[in-house]
Design a protein around this ligand. Structure first.
Ligand SMILES: [Zn+2]
Length: 130
């Protein structure tokens, strides 16, 4: 299990397993937020708690949630469930304790242009964080 919390502790998330990778995306939203994403499905392997505000982007496919008190970006949530009824989400791994995610490999995703994973020499969260 892996947990994360915003700075003030009002919003928390929990993943059933530590993810095998963290996604660093360069899209117009993610590059500004500086987030590292760990993915899951709501109330299956990913759980969130606490009051949050949210911002829905132009295409209205997902909402970025943040703490109303301290402002940390905590997770994104699919606006609609998928065809199978499951709701895709991702948590911001930056909110985990550093040692808990230090060895998680980074996957670079080009969300700005090609919408593809960019092959790079593997780096881990610790390389981007410390
Ligand atoms: Zn907070």
């Amino acid at each position: 299990m892996l947990t994360g919390s915003c700075l003030c502790g009002a919003v928390t998330w929990r993943l059933a397993e530590t993810p095998d990778h963290a996604t660093a995306c360069n899209c117009t939203a993610c590059r500004r937020y500086g987030s590292l994403w760990g993915y899951g499905y709501e109330n299956e392997d990913l759980f969130v708690d606490g009051p949050s505000g949210n911002y829905v982007r132009g295409d209205k496919e997902l909402a970025f949630h943040f703490c109303n008190t301290c402002g940390c970006l905590t997770y994104w949530r699919g606006v609609e469930p998928g065809p199978d009824g499951r709701r895709r989400m991702a948590v911001n791994l930056r909110l985990a304790e550093p040692e808990a995610v230090a060895d998680v490999k980074i996957k670079h995703f080009d969300g700005l242009d090609t919408w593809r994973t960019v092959e790079r020499e593997a780096t881990c969260v610790a390389d981007m964080w410390y």
